[in-house]
Structures are given as C-alpha cells and as structure tokens.
Ligand binder design. Structure first.
Ligand code: NAX
Length: 353
C-alpha cells in the first residue's frame, strides 16, 4: 500500500493562544483526515520562539500517527517553504492608544512580507487563510504581495462568526446545530459584520426544511418581533461574542479554542468541499452583490473542486442590504488607508488582480 503524500501546513503565530488550540487538532488529523500525514511548519517572531518550541515538544509527545514532522522557525522563507496550506494567525495586536490606521500600518508590515514569502516559497497549490486581525484587509495586503498566486487562494476567516450564529440559532430553536443551514455572514470581520438568517433553513421531521424566519417567529411566540430580536439580540450577540467570552472567562484572549475550530472547519471545507449548505468566508470580491471588486469581504460560499464559489442569485432585504453596504464601506476605507500608506498599489484588485 502506498503512503499518502504529506500536506505541508505553515502556522504563523504558532506560540500564541490560537496556535496552541489549533496545532494539536491539525496534527491529530482533524483538518485533512487521520489518514493524511501532515508536516507542520511553525513560524514565529523571535519573542515567540520559545513558546512555539515548547508546543513542538508537546506535539511530538502526543505521538499522533498523522504528524509527519514539526519544525519551528523565525525565518519566513523557511517557514513557508513548500506550504500547501498557510494559516496566518500571528499579527500585531492593537496597543494602547493605537488608532485603526496605526493597526493597519503595523499589520501591513507583517502581512506584506509574508505574502511575498508565500509567493516565493510556498507550493504552487498554496491556500492561505488569514486569521490575524484585521483579517480581511490583512488578507488583501498579503494577496497584493503574491502576484504569482491566484487571488482566490487567499481568504479571511469569518467562520467563527458563522459558527457563533449557528450556535445561537440552534439554542433559540432547541435543535441540533447540524439541523440549521444557509446562514450568512456578510462583510468585514468586525463589529460591522452582517449575520443574516433570511435565506436559512431548519431541518424538520422526515427531511423537511422550514425557513428560519418562520421558525424563529414561532419560537419567539409574540414576545417580540423577529426584526427586533435580530437587531437587538441576535446580531449584537454574534458580533460581540468575543467580548462576552472575555468577560465571562476573565481572560485577556477571547475564544482561542473556538477560533481554532473555525480555522479547521474553514480549511476542511475548502479542501474537501461543502455539502448542501453554504458556509461563510472572506474571499476576494468579483463584484457580486455590489461589493467592489478586489475587496476581501465575507460572502455565502460553497467549495467545489477545492475552490470557493460565491453563492449567486440571493436577494437580501433592504435592512440587510443597508448593513452590508455599511460594512463594505468600512472595508473600502481600509483599502484606501493601506493604499495611501503605500502598503498596496492604489487601484489594486479593481480590475480583477
Ligand atoms: P496571541 O497574542 O496569543 O498570539 C499571537 C502570536 O503571534 C504571538 O505568539 C506572537 O509572537 C505571534 N506573532 C506576532 N507577529 C508575528 C509575525 N510577524 N510572524 C509570526 N508570528 C507572529 O494572539 P491569539 O489569541 O493567538 O490571536 C491571534 C490573532 O487572531 C489576533 O490578531 C486576533 O485578533 C485574531 N482573531 C481572529 C479571529 C477571526 O475570527 N478572524 C477570531 C479570534 C481572534 O480574535
């Protein structure tokens, strides 16, 4: 029997909180299946090297059958060498007194060179998931520095927001999470994100499906209207879930394990394909739904043959359209800011590249 070819996975920020929750799951086979060997390449800055090295020792001690090798480096060219999948988790956090522009500039200095290193050293089929915030614009910057990698191989993570929305709906309707489909996160992974249930369904008896708006209206039972529940409870809860977890756990880092689970889901579905429900991912806009070309915005997506495809033909209502427009304006502003700082060329992506 021939041994399957190993998949090389680079994880930046490997010494951080999400790295610690993510690496063991990748190594155990959760991303590609237990039969696919994985080579892990952990990329850190010098300050994070000891933490990543300690994690690498523990990875060895787990004796995972699917972990082919683990290497730790602070050299991006070594870290991205032959990468089939690159998870860009490490980023510059917002420091005290930092404005949005300062944060974008600091992260431009991280994601520009990482994009260039991916361009020069990764495998031809590399797929990149940006987790580090501001994830959408960091993905845009990285893609802009990788001219030989098709832009659609760069994506930003909104799967955690998607999963949070599914979980809230499942609890409200008292059904399993797997019984809900076609929920959408539109726009930016920020407080302006747009969780949208209007095309969703919930599984009923014997394979029947009911529209989510109808099921939710019934579940609310006249205590409040669906519109006010969405605007006052559901959307803010999904968008601010990280802050809620920080407050409850009393920890400064929000949601490492759920972020890691979302990254696993995102890459798993990208590589293996989605089933009958779409999911949400930040992908380079082709102009769909009025989102300017080239912005990395969250859309409803399917994965077919290893590529994300934006679900076409939906007709969001006026309220959702207004929210999408506000979130996309924020993304356009971020693109303007990074262009004015010289981190990407002005006009980048507007003509499809
Ligand atoms: P931590 O501060 O625990 O870890 C970050 C790690 O990245 C550190 O070890 C640091 O040394 C390393 N690092 C910094 N710059 C680097 C570089 N240039 N190359 C390689 N490594 C570098 O943060 P953690 O909790 O792990 O969060 C990581 C990022 O995920 C943050 O930007 C966070 O905001 C973002 N998140 C994104 C989410 C999403 O849904 N897209 C949700 C979770 C999380 O908030």
């Amino acid at each position: 029997m021939s041994t399957p070819t190993p998949v090389t996975v680079t994880v930046t920020g490997a010494g951080g909180q999400i790295g610690y929750a993510l690496l063991f799951r990748i190594a155990s086979g959760a991303m590609f299946g237990p039969g696919t060997p994985v080579r892990l390449q952990l990329l850190e800055i010098p300050a994070g090297m000891k933490s990543a090295e300690g994690t690498a020792l523990e990875l060895q001690d787990c004796a995972f059958g699917s972990l082919a090798s683990v290497e730790v480096t602070s050299d991006p060219s070594r870290g991205f060498e032959g990468a089939n999948v690159a998870l860009l988790v490490g980023s510059r956090p917002r420091g005290a007194g930092m404005e949005r522009g300062d944060l974008l500039a600091a992260n431009g200095a991280v994601f520009g060179p990482q994009g260039a290193a991916i361009n020069a050293h990764a495998a031809k089929d590399v797929r990149v998931l940006v987790v580090g915030n501001p994830a959408n614009t960091n993905a845009l910057i990285a893609a802009a520095h990788a001219p030989d990698v098709p832009p659609e191989r760069f994506s930003a993570m909104t799967r955690l927001d998607h999963n949070r929305a599914l979980a809230q709906l499942a609890r409200t309707l008292d059904v399993p999470v797997a019984g809900i489909g076609n929920v959408i996160i539109w726009g930016n992974h920020s407080a302006s994100q747009v969780p949208d249930i209007s095309h969703g369904w919930v599984q009923g008896p014997e394979g029947t499906r009911r529209p989510l708006p109808q099921a939710l209206t019934e579940a609310l039972g006249g205590t409040c209207s669906l519109e006010s529940w969405l605007a006052e409870t559901f959307i803010p809860r999904v968008a601010k879930r990280g802050a809620e977890i920080i407050a409850v756990r009393g920890s400064s880092s929000a949601a490492s394990a759920s972020a890691a689970a979302a990254a696993i889901d995102h890459v798993h579905d990208w590589v293996s394909g989605t089933t009958d429900s779409w999911t949400s991912a930040g992908v380079v806009s082709d102009g769909s739904y009025g989102v300017p070309r080239g912005l990395v915005s969250s859309f409803p997506v399917h994965s077919r043959d290893g590529a994300w495809q934006i679900q076409q033909g939906l007709e969001p209502g006026a309220e959702v359209r207004a929210r999408i427009s506000a979130s996309v304006s924020e993304l356009a502003e971020e693109r303007e800011m990074v262009a004015s700082m010289g981190l990407i060329e002005r006009g980048h992506g507007r003509t499809g590249r």
